[in-house]
Design a protein around this ligand. Structure first.
Ligand SMILES: NC(=O)c1ccc[n+]([C@@H]2O[C@H](COP(=O)([O-])OP(=O)(O)OC[C@H]3O[C@@H](n4cnc5c(N)ncnc54)[C@H](O)[C@@H]3O)[C@@H](O)[C@H]2O)c1
Length: 300
């Protein structure tokens, strides 16, 4: 997809961080936007900002964990604009701690948003895009799934997030192969950012009551939270820059999108471990002070 003008983009997690930057950039490129998020006030603020700039957009309150709400999002997009060209399965949340200490509610929440949100998006929107391609030989569609560098390696105290993002990598690579198999006019990209300043370290702000957290965090969960906050806040690349990189990858039909490439060294070591049948390397080998800090707080 090269020309974005008047094309329709659906963006989940559009009220903050990467999603809001995809929306801002899409608006600047003349796209029509369907903004979806679970946080009403932030969603309304994004919608107001874009409309003030003359963008054609609608805002849909949508919890991506829920299939019927993602279906309603697709129905709203089609009712308003008739077609969807670009889908960002982007909404996501974070939680951490030693992996056996996460509660069932933690798993329900993080896998619900990060994995089932993407599953529902792919399951519900891909057939709509394929139907649009069948009806119009000029049609080109594209799906961008947001995973993370955490989907390519397995750092300690991030297990619940790692699992969700590895699954998104697998789903996206398979989606790519399936679409190529049938010569579809729909492309796929996988966004794997490293730490970028957004609201991700404050994910609990939008944690629904049906998956409420335990009253008190364990020492490892507090440590993981502090680590995530420090890392996210001090991220070197901005969310706006990641949006630019992402649109550039869509233009060039590039599948893997990274905000930084240095962290891939740990991912490469992990893959080499698998092939060489070695035990897993320390993913913090390049930043030993981080591992030492975690150990200092957790090993008594
Ligand atoms: N910021 C980083 O360092 C980083 C790194 C790698 C991957 N990511 C991924 O980027 C994606 C976007 O996150 P971000 O960093 O912009 O964080 P963010 O918190 O700024 O934005 C996430 C948005 O998702 C929304 N959301 C949360 N639960 C939802 C739900 N159930 N349904 C619909 N929307 C929901 C939030 O309200 C928020 O507006 C996520 O998938 C995240 O895992 C972020």
């Amino acid at each position: 997809m090269n020309d974005f003008k008047d094309k329709v983009a659906v963006i989940t997690g559009a009220a903050s961080g990467f999603g809001r930057e995809f929306a801002r950039l899409g608006a600047r490129l003349g796209m029509k936007l369907v903004l979806a998020d679970v946080q009403r006030d932030a969603l309304d603020a994004t919608q107001a900002e874009l409309q003030a700039q003359g963008a054609q957009s609608i805002a849909v309150l949508c919890d991506v964990r829920k299939a019927e709400q993602v279906q309603a999002l697709a129905d709203a997009a089609i009712a308003q604009f008739g077609v969807v060209h670009l889908l960002f399965n982007n909404a996501g949340v974070g939680a951490g701690g030693l992996v056996w200490e996460n509660s069932e509610a933690d798993w329900d929440w993080v896998l619900g948003v990060n994995l089932f949100g993407v599953i529902h998006g792919v399951r519900i929107f891909t057939p709509l895009m394929l139907a649009a391609a069948k009806a119009d030989p000029e049609y080109r569609g594209h799906i961008v799934n947001t995973a993370s560098i955490a989907g390519l390696q397995n750092a300690p105290t991030m297990g619940i997030y790692n699992v969700s993002k590895h699954a998104v990598v697998s789903l996206s690579e398979t989606l790519y192969q399936d679409l190529r198999l049938i010569d579809a006019a729909v492309g796929v990209s996988l966004l794997c950012p490293y730490f970028v300043p957004t609201g991700i370290h404050q994910s609990e702000r939008n944690r629904p009551d049906d998956v409420a957290a335990d009253a008190s965090l364990t020492a490892s969960q507090r440590t993981a939270q502090a680590f995530s906050e420090k890392s996210v806040i001090s991220g070197k690349v901005s969310a706006a820059e990641v949006a630019e990189l992402t649109f550039d990858a869509i233009r060039k039909e590039r599948f893997y999108i990274y905000s930084e490439t240095e962290p891939l060294a740990a991912a490469a070591r992990r893959m080499e471990d698998i092939v060489q049948q070695r035990n897993p390397h320390d993913p913090f080998a390049d930043v030993p002070h981080v591992r030492d800090l975690l150990r200092a707080r957790l090993v008594r």
